[in-house]
Ligand binder design. Structure first.
Ligand code: PBG
Length: 326
């Protein structure tokens, strides 16, 4: 049976009907807003390639957290710019580190925000790689203990969820073991399980001052053409104790999000990364696309592909478009 019995346009006739039959609905409930904290006080520096996104000292960061909470965004993920960088990324696990102090501040302020922290060394090492380096090679196993210590320091500060983004093998297991043996069995792990070596991280590296000083990240981040390998990464991270998994970036990897969603019964997150954000902002500023329309279309696509959690710099804009006020 086909036309004229079937007329799909019947269900597109009015906005009320379209809304009734809509398959993917937007709310702020699954959004995570990424934020960058730096030392000092009174600092708020906008990142040139990411309009609206700032590097902020803890005081100003806390102020923005209040706004984020009022906008109905449930969660934030923190990245830190340390005071000093060194070869081993020593500040990453310091109790007095900038991320640790920021987490403590949010928790002390009693804000109803789920606090995620990014666990990785690239922001803290002078060479800008995500692990320890010897003779130009990023070493896997010696990096694990440092990452585990970093995660533990975040948990001690009050983080609800730690999110390792380094792509070392075995880091989820090392972090789980460390947290459990120190009384943090309730701190969850969201692993950046399928994290690709992507050109779309460019603006983030300006924001986090974390560009590698030599070489690239191809020996640890995933090769963009692979999807079966992503499923293997996810399976391994879940075996090691990850509670949730992430695909990153989002837009060029919608098929990976879908494949992970279909294969595994855990919450799937996607990171709508800095370069994806910057492209929309730049095009919108030039009047080449309608910002609200394309942003919601992109975020709907990421959700439709299977991600129920979306990390996005657009989170505050989306909340406002949905009528939330701060
Ligand atoms: C740290 C990290 C990166 C991002 C999140 N965590 C950068 C990288 O791997 O180079 C990128 C996020 C973004 O581009 O928005 N390893």
């Amino acid at each position: 049976m086909s036309f004229p019995v079937h007329r799909p346009r019947r269900l597109r006739r009015t906005e009320a009907i379209r809304s009734l039959v809509r398959e993917t609905r937007w709310s702020t409930a699954g959004l995570v807003y990424p934020m960058f904290v730096c030392p000092g006080s009174g600092v708020r520096t906008e990142v040139g390639s990411m309009p609206g996104v700032c590097q902020q000292s803890v005081d100003n960061f806390l102020e923005e957290c209040r706004e984020v909470e009022q906008l109905g965004i449930p969660a934030i993920i923190l990245f830190g710019l340390p005071e000093k960088k060194d070869a081993r990324g020593s500040e990453a696990a310091a109790a007095t580190g900038v991320v640790q102090r920021a987490v403590e501040a949010v928790k002390k302020a009693n804000l109803h925000l789920i606090v995620l922290t990014d666990v990785c060394l690239c922001e803290y090492t002078d060479h800008g790689h995500c692990g320890v380096v010897q003779h130009g090679v990023v070493l896997n196993d010696p990096t694990l203990e440092i990452l585990a210590e970093q995660a533990l320091s975040h948990a001690r500060a009050g983080a609800d969820i730690v999110a390792p983004s380094d792509m070392m093998d075995g880091r989820v297991g090392a972090i789980r073991k460390k947290l459990d043996s120190h009384g943090f069995a309730d701190v969850a792990i969201l692993s950046y399980a399928a994290k690709y070596c992507s050109g779309f991280y460019g603006p983030f590296r300006e924001a986090a001052q974390s560009a590698p000083q030599f070489g690239d990240r191809r020996s640890y981040q995933m090769d963009p053409p692979n999807v079966r390998e992503a499923l293997k990464e996810v399976a391994l991270d879940l075996e090691e104790g990850a509670d949730m998994v992430m695909v990153k970036p989002a837009l060029p990897y919608l098929d990976v999000i879908r494949a992970v969603r279909e294969r595994f019964d855990v919450p799937v997150a996607a990171y709508n990364v800095s370069g994806e954000y910057a492209m929309v902002k730049a095009a919108a500023r030039n009047g080449w696309v309608e910002e609200q329309r394309v942003t919601l279309e992109i975020l709907t696509g990421i959700q439709r592909a299977g991600a129920s959690i979306v990390l996005t710099y657009h989170a505050k804009d989306v909340a406002r478009w949905l009528g939330r006020k701060a």
